[in-house]
Design a protein around this ligand. Sequence first.
Ligand code: PFF
Length: 442
Amino acid sequence: MKTNPPQTRDGFGSGLGALAALVGSAVGLGNIWKFPYLTGENGGAAFVLTYLVCVILVGIPVMVAEHAIGRRMRQNAVQAYGGVVPGQKFWSAIGISGLLAAVLIMAFYSDVAGWVFAYVFKSGWAAFGGPALTPDTFGAIAGGTIEPLAWQFGVLALTTTIIVAGVSKGIERVTKILMPLLLGLLLLSALRALTLPGAWAGVEYLFRLDFTKIGPAVLLSALGLAFFKLSLGMGTMTTYGSYLPDKTRIVPNAARVALADTLVSLLAGLAIFPAVFAFGGQPAGGPGLLFNTIPLIFGQMPGGAWFTVLFFVLAAVATVGAMASLFEVPVAWLVEKKKMTRLMAALTTGGTMFALGILATLSPFFFNLFDFTSSNVLLPLGGLAIIIVAGWLMPKGGLADELGKGGAGTRWDSQLVPVFVKFITPVLVLLILLNSLGLVKF
Ligand code: PFF
């Protein structure tokens, strides 16, 4: 007689596969595009330090909370939060705000992803003797109409296809192989940039602290970036947590994801800023910083044109991994709650994202509005609610039980992180939010 498997939801096949998928969600345009450009706009080292503090004191605890809730509930984020505190269904609002954040993020993210894909082709063309990549190349793509929309559509269609193929098969396989390659290439870019004459000014810019530059806006941007970077505060990591095997030890796993992700960002910074200073550019170069600097870094190297192509290919892969995880939040909800087929759910999600994406692509106002509202408002508020649910409201022992699985029960890290979840992280997030509104000053 055949018996049905106890659990019919798709899941990550192995611990390493799960780690790869989580890193695949975290690493993306946030590291190579957003981290450098926000660092440039917020004055360098002061922003970097604030960001690192936010990752440790806020990012890791929120990720732990999301994984614990996701694995305990084994459901999409909306239903997971709706059921995690008995009798308090309204916490499903966290999941709903996450759906909104996913769509808002994807609207501008797919625009930038489109630029990356365009650069894959344009750098390839340049390597074969076509026109070189210049700031005008970027201006034409980012400021155009039909071209960026076509790239954006292509990117969304590709992600929809990957999502239809399923969680473990689609995402794990690609990231496991190509992520180390991206890290290697970033290392090469950083080494190249650091050996340019005048590069040291870029290193100082990244690491020489000037505390007077830390104000409410910098704090909020750094906090928002920590959430955005680690895919937190919107149910992505809750959804991924629901696919985590029981043997995964949540705390060290989350710490590894944060560490790997931060390493990629810092390497990107160490590639971009030394080159910016060496070539006499502006650190506050805005969203085009990545696109205008990378071709310069490889420009004078033997075979440099091909390294530029490889860089954008790997960036495109990292971008797709992150986008797949952004899709997963609405798709899991549409399949499990609205009983859609995976195909219909993916098409509905992709279609909605494209509809809003058109606005972001054609208007800088909407681009910035979607970015600000998601990273600096919805994600921190979602994170605050998540951490309160995990630290204070989950049925007694729930968090400790999840963190103790996989033989982690008596280890110090699994004992320490709940203290952050309960006391330190929520206070910090609240203070930064109030500070940005001018209600608290420090
Ligand atoms: N973490 C991704 C990046 O830094 O590129 C972006 C992202 C992915 C944000 C998934 C949120 C999310 F749910």
